[in-house]
Design a protein around this ligand. Structure first.
Ligand code: HEM
Length: 397
């Protein structure tokens, strides 16, 4: 493809309304397309499954932003990188060390112990629904994962409105000065918050995850801080979308909603299907080519940015039968919704558990559920950057 796709195109409301039609059009022309993000840089987006999956685990594609071109390194070093020193933004051997420390506290067994607590929070949130219309994102999809991750980390969840604001500012593409300013303010605020918390736990460790990190002699102070920010943000900005996008998918496909209600044993398959069908992480985080390389015959010069579209890969008809259809009973679903390889989502067991409890409880308790506004009024808070995230999802119950 010769012309570069402007980044604004991916951030437009039209793209948000139906990115999959756009991706299908792009895929028909080829698996790799030039894109103007960061503006002016050499950058590409991969839109088919065959090339997206290996790209997610290609050692020639670095996750360390410092591997980027010089102008980019200068720009990020001025940017107060609260998110720069964690496993998601690093390559081996740092990645191995950073992930190992957190993995010790994040074992599937430890996560499983949280099940009764996740169920209790879910029940309390549903108990608090009032009237026959509920805005599902505010009333449920956002609070559930943020309360869970705050409890796991050992961060007071009374501060969650601040976390939501800061995290929103940090994950919004800073495409203008105002957004860049709010991102920097959020970064400062989050850093000050965690610096205080780290000092408190160093003085008096407890059994929470913050204490595990601060008492580890394998992490620097900067790395502890950045890891906490990553866990807080990755722990909720994603699961919110699993619940929001998954519920929207069911509302648009009432036969699948009825099927899932009639057969709750399909819940694990349904969660995997939501991850494929309308991926919460629409596009994997930045990758930078460490050498001149090719993807699907497209030359990728050293220093280029390579974006991998997880959302597009999930709808590739070469990889999935009836890729455009939601099928809550789909078997052998090899989606890449949690990424692939070295950076495969560390929180996947937690996210799966939260998703199963959330949908199991909502469908069991809510009776008839419908969209409470015309489809055209739905707005996407983010789409076409990293996350695909509804601004609101009003439902009638
Ligand atoms: C990494 C998706 C929930 C923590 C990732 C990646 C994806 C992803 C796609 C890889 C990104 C890349 O390769 O660029 C999701 C989705 C979730 C979810 C769809 C919910 C439905 C969570 C939760 C946590 C979490 C609840 C918990 C704290 C992480 C961490 C990484 C990660 C720490 C970095 C792993 C590494 O770099 O080795 N996630 N995630 N995620 N996720 Fe999740």
């Amino acid at each position: 493809m010769s012309d570069k796709l402007p980044f604004e195109f991916f951030l437009s409301p039209e793209f948000g309304a139906d990115p999959y039609a756009v991706y299908a059009g792009l895929r028909a022309e080829g698996p790799v397309h030039a894109i103007d993000f960061p503006p002016g840089a050499s950058a590409f987006v991969v839109v088919d499954y065959e090339h997206a999956r290996p790209a997610l685990n290609d050692p020639r594609l670095s996750k360390n932003l410092a591997s980027g071109p010089e102008w980019f390194r200068d720009a990020i070093s001025q940017q107060n990188p609260v998110l720069g020193d964690n496993m998601l933004m690093s390559d081996p051997p740092d990645h191995t060390r950073l992930r190992r420390v957190v993995s010790k506290a994040f074992t599937p067994r430890r996560i499983e112990l949280l099940r009764p607590r996740v169920q209790a929070i879910t029940d309390e949130l549903i108990d608090a629904f009032e009237g026959d219309t509920v805005e599902l994102i505010d009333a449920f999809a956002f609070p559930l994962p943020i309360i869970v991750i705050c409890e796991l980390l050992g961060v007071p969840d009374r501060d969650r409105a601040d976390f939501r604001r800061w995290s929103g500012a940090l994950v919004t593409p800073a495409v203008n000065e105002e957004l860049a300013r709010s991102r920097d303010e959020a970064s400062d605020a989050l850093r000050a918050y965690f610096t205080r918390l780290i000092a408190e736990r160093r003085a008096a460790p407890t059994d929470d995850l913050v204490s595990v990190l601060v008492t580890s002699d394998e992490l620097s102070e900067r790395e502890v801080l950045s890891t906490l920010a990553l866990l807080l943000i990755a722990g909720h900005e994603t699961t919110v979308n699993l619940i929001g996008n998954g519920m929207l998918a069911l509302l648009r496909n009432p036969d699948q909603l009825d099927l899932l209600r009639a057969k709750p044993e399909l819940l694990p398959n349904a969660i995997e299907e939501f991850l494929r069908y309308d991926a919460p992480v629409e596009r994997a985080t930045f990758r930078i080519a460490l050498e001149d390389m090719e993807i699907a015959g497209t030359p990728i010069p050293k220093g280029s940015f390579v974006h991998v579209s997880i959302g597009a890969a999930g709808r590739d008809p070469k990889a999935f039968d009836r890729a455009e259809s939601l099928d809550v009973g789909r078997e052998d679903n090899r989606h890449v919704g949690f990424g692939h390889g070295l950076h495969f989502c560390l929180g996947a067991p937690l996210a799966r558990m939260e998703g199963q409890i959330a949908f199991g409880s909502l469908l069991a308790r809510l009776g008839d559920i419908r969209l409470a506004c015309p489809e055209e009024q739905l707005r996407w808070r983010f789409s076409g950057s990293i996350l695909r995230s509804l601004a609101a999802l009003p439902i009638t119950i």
